[in-house]
Every structure is written in structure tokens, then in C-alpha cells.
Write a protein that binds this ligand. Structure first.
Ligand code: FAD
Length: 460
């Protein structure tokens, strides 16, 4: 069992080698990593800060003490889910390839095609149980340091934190490889607004949005146009006096009252705010508001990672990373799962983790450090030439299936199913054309049948 040596190109090994691997996080990505790494014969420890699996999907009504999440000493609440959340993908598309997300007859479960968040947590629990992944997880352990010792092993330092008693019990362990699966919807990014320090209203980030009740009779300005901005604006409008959605991306012609709603307006981006409570928009419109709700996304954040600047997060680009997974000079001993966004996350995690597991055992050859670096440079240049800002480096959107197929080819696993791609695009179109009803009315029954034919073959 040769020691891994950082930075030296690795030829494929004839016999798979078992490595010791630490996985950070037991959300969907960490669970997928645990499964694929163990299948490949590695010895796996999953560190999980919370006392349960599920990550984002483990809803709690609790919120952070700093509602916009700027205070670095705040007690972190991991999830960003709100009580009313239903999935924005149909369950057939959303589930793992290895473990379909089908409706179950079990009591208390949500059989809807776009179920509520609790159903996703239950599904992930079923997945973990089916493959006995719970036994690999060290619950209640927060990783606070990951660093290299002697250029060949990683030390992972973790602590058991009991917030009530403030007791910390540290543990250090060393591994051949570390797979980072800590999620990227916890560290809020907020909009910079001229005049905000003197503005008298309240501010909150969507990370800390749970229920509409606190918005009763309020005038709310919500910034953003993502999936959660869509959901939350409609949720709040049930009780608020007025909801104004400010976004850079609304075409001028769309500015004004949102059709089908009495109290939702689309606005241009905020230009500035004033101490008399005014919120001034770029097109000259002004309103007086009580609350600004930032639905402005999140930052990649790896506070535990000590890589001596080999890897950085710049304008939300985590880099340099080969195919969003491996930093060339640390590959394959450090890897990241789940950085791409605007994707179907769970199957993408499977493609990435199969690749990582196979490369670590030596079964799958990895490109040389120089080849990886050249590929990354070409990728960054192509983004620049197309005028795509750095912060969109990991937004792969419609290219996700090409990406998945590339990783599948590397690991010798089946590519994305045709019905899944088709269903994803059909759903996207319906979401845009009928945002209020796409979760309950659909016309892709033929694709659902194809999906089920495929699931039946799995025999689960
Ligand atoms: P997470 O689920 O965030 O898991 C990360 C885990 O790492 C957590 O359990 C955390 O406690 C742990 N962790 C973090 N830091 C440490 C540390 N230092 N030490 C130990 N443990 C640590 N996806 C869909 O497919 N369909 C949807 O409808 C959908 N809706 C969404 C709605 C919202 C509001 C959000 C925020 C996301 C949504 N997603 C959706 C995307 C969702 O993030 C993914 O489905 C998936 O849950 C991400 O999994 P993950 O494992 O990468 O991260």
C-alpha cells in the first residue's frame, strides 16, 4: 500500500487500494460519498456536526441570532428551509439513480410528486438505512481543522460541541484522503445597499426565513429572483401588506404589479435607502418599507480547511478545481462534492462520488497535475471570453448532463437516463410558464411511466 504523495501524477493501479477517507458532512452529498467509497473498499468516517443525517433537509424552526448572518460568532443553524417548502423538482428526477425517490405507502409520508421537505428527509433516512450508512457517521462532531501533515496525510480535528454546556471534546485523526461535503446554503451573501446603515427598518436573509407570521401587515422588499425568492414572496404575500420583489434580472416590461396577485410588485434593483424608511429603486420608483429580505444566495465557506492558499474562494469561485472536484496539486487526496449549482443535486453527487472513490483506489486513472491545470485554465478563459463572472464558475445549469456523462464515462457507470433529462427540461418550462401550479398539474405522464420502468429494473 504505497503512501499517497501529493503532487505526483498517479498511474492507474492494477489492484484497487483501500484508503482511509474522512467525509465532512452527512447531507445527501456525504451519504452518497460514504456509499460509493465503501463500495470501492475504502474505510470511511463521516463527520457530522448535527445529531442527525440530512443536512439542508433537516428542517428546524430555529433561526440564527443574527437575522442577516453577518456576525461570525453567531451560533450556526445549518438549514435554510422554510416551513412551506416543497421540492422544485419532481421526485423521479430528484432521487439518486441507485435509490429511486418513489412514493411510499408508509404512514405519515407525503406521496405528492413535488413533496414537502419532510418527505425528502424521510427519503434520505430510508437511503441511509437501506445501505447501512448510519454506522459510518460520527454524529455531533464538528470538523474545525483539516490540514496536511508531512505532505502525505490529512489530519482532521473535530470537536463535540454542546451549545448548552459549552463543552468541547477534541479529537484528532489522520486519513489518506478527505472528501468535503459540507453544503453551500448556510453562509449568507447579502446585497450591498447604499444608505443601509441609517435605514430604520429590519433586515433578514432568507437563510433565517421560516414562516410568514412575522411579516403580518408589513411592507416588505425582497431582493432576488431565485427559486426561494419566488416561493418566499408568495408565502409572505398571504399576510403582508405589500411585497416588492427587487431584482436585476426582471425585464423592464415586467416591472409593476404581478399578475394574479393583489399585493406583489416586481421592481427594478434597489438603488439606495434613506433614513426616513424610503427604498429607492433604479427606475426612480420609491416606496416606504418595514423589512428588507435578502434572498441573495450563499457563499462557499470552508472555515476548517488549511490548504496554505493552494485552494481559495475568490468571488465565490472555489479554485483551482478540476471538474469542480479536485484541486490539481492535492488530487485526489482532497476533493469536493456538490459545488455545482442550478443542477439536479442528488444524481450529480453520485457521479462525482463514484469518480472520487474509483480514483482513490487507483481503479480509475486521473489526469496528470499538469493536464488538470491546463484544463482548468482553459475553462476559466472560456468563462472570461463569454463574459461570465467568476461567481458563476460553479453554475453549470443546462451543461450538467454533459458534465455527468463525462464523469460517468470516467468511472464506467451509466450516464443520466434520457427520461430524466427530458423531465427536467419539461419541468423547467412549466415552472416558468405556470409558477403557481406546476407542482400540482403536469402533462408528462409518458415520462413518469418510463421512469418507473427504469426503477422497476433496480429491484429495490
Ligand atoms: P447539506 O445538505 O447542506 O449537508 C451538509 C452537511 O454537512 C450538513 O449536515 C452539515 O451539518 C454538515 N457540516 C457542515 N460543516 C460541517 C463541519 N465543519 N463539520 C461537520 N459537519 C459539517 N435540491 C433538490 O434536489 N430539490 C429541491 O427542491 C431543492 N430545494 C432546495 C431549497 C432550499 C431552500 C435549499 C437551500 C436547497 C434546496 N435544494 C434542493 C438543494 C439542496 O441543497 C440539495 O438537495 C442537497 O441537500 C445538498 O446536500 P449537501 O450534502 O451538499 O449539503
Amino acid at each position: 500500500n504505497p503512501n499517497p504523495t501529493i503532487g505526483v501524477p498517479r498511474p492507474a493501479m492494477p489492484t484497487p487500494i483501500s484508503r482511509t477517507v474522512a467525509v465532512i458532512g452527512a447531507g445527501a452529498a456525504g451519504l452518497s460519498a460514504a456509499l460509493e467509497l465503501r463500495r470501492e473498499g475504502h474505510s470511511v468516517v463521516v463527520y457530522e456536526r448535527e445529531t442527525q443525517i440530512g443536512g439542508t433537509w433537516a428542517y428546524t424552526p430555529e433561526t440564527e441570532n443574527d437575522p442577516i448572518g453577518l456576525d461570525p460568532t453567531r451560533k450556526i443553524v445549518h438549514t435554510s428551509l422554510y416551513a412551506s417548502l416543497r421540492t422544485n423538482l419532481p421526485r423521479e428526477v430528484m432521487g439518486f439513480q441507485a435509490y429511486p425517490f418513489t412514493a411510499t405507502e408508509k404512514p405519515g409520508r407525503d406521496p405528492r410528486r413535488f413533496p414537502g421537505h419532510r418527505e425528502v428527509l424521510d427519503y434520505l433516512r430510508d437511503f441511509a438505512e437501506e445501505f447501512q450508512l448510519g454506522e459510518l457517521v460520527r454524529f455531533g462532531r464538528e470538523v474545525f481543522h483539516v490540514g496536511l501533515i508531512d505532505h502525505r496525510k490529512w489530519v482532521v480535528k473535530s470537536k463535540r460541541v454542546n451549545w448548552e454546556l459549552e463543552e468541547e471534546e477534541e479529537e484528532n485523526e489522520s486519513f489518506d484522503a478527505v472528501v468535503v461535503c459540507n453544503g453551500h446554503y448556510t453562509e449568507p451573501r447579502i446585497a450591498e445597499i447604499p444608505g443601509i446603515d441609517e435605514w430604520p427598518g429590519k433586515q433578514i436573509h432568507s437563510h433565517n426565513y421560516r414562516v410568514p407570521d412575522p411579516f403580518l401587515d408589513q411592507v416588505v422588499v425582497l431582493i432576488g429572483s431565485s427559486a426561494s425568492a419566488d416561493d418566499i414572496s408568495r408565502d409572505i404575500a398571504k399576510v403582508a401588506k405589500q411585497v416588492h420583489i427587487a431584482s436585476r434580472s426582471f425585464p423592464i416590461g415586467d416591472i409593476g404589479k404581478l399578475s394574479g396577485h393583489d399585493n406583489i410588485w416586481l421592481q427594478s434593483m434597489i438603488n439606495s435607502v434613506r433614513k426616513d424608511g424610503a427604498v429607492c429603486f433604479q427606475d426612480g420608483n420609491t416606496i416606504y418599507a418595514d423589512i428588507i429580505l435578502h434572498c441573495t444566495g450563499y457563499k462557499y465557506h470552508f472555515p476548517f480547511l488549511e490548504t496554505n492558499d493552494i485552494l481559495t474562494v475568490e468571488e465565490n469561485r472555489v479554485g483551482p478545481l478540476y471538474k469542480h472536484v479536485f484541486p490539481p496539486t492535492l488530487a485526489p487526496w482532497l476533493s469536493f462534492v456538490g459545488l455545482p449549482w442550478k443542477v439536479v443535486p442528488f444524481p450529480l453527487f453520485e457521479f462525482q462520488t463514484k469518480w472520487i472513490a474509483g480514483v482513490l483506489s487507483g481503479r480509475i486513472p486521473l489526469e496528470s497535475t499538469e493536464e488538470m491545470k491546463a484544463d482548468i485554465e482553459a475553462f476559466y478563459s472560456s468563462l472570461e471570453e463569454s463574459g461570465i463572472p467568476k461567481r458563476y464558475t460553479h453554475k453549470i445549469g443546462d451543461q450538467q448532463f454533459e458534465y455527468n456523462d463525462l464523469l460517468a464515462a470516467k468511472s464506467g457507470s451509466p450516464p443520466t437516463e434520457e427520461w430524466r433529462k427530458e423531465m427536467y427540461f419539461v419541468t423547467g418550462r412549466r415552472k416558468r410558464s405556470t409558477p403557481e401550479t406546476y407542482r400540482d398539474q403536469w402533462e408528462d405522464q409518458d415520462l413518469i411511466s418510463l421512469a418507473h420502468q427504469c426503477f422497476d429494473k433496480l429491484n429495490i
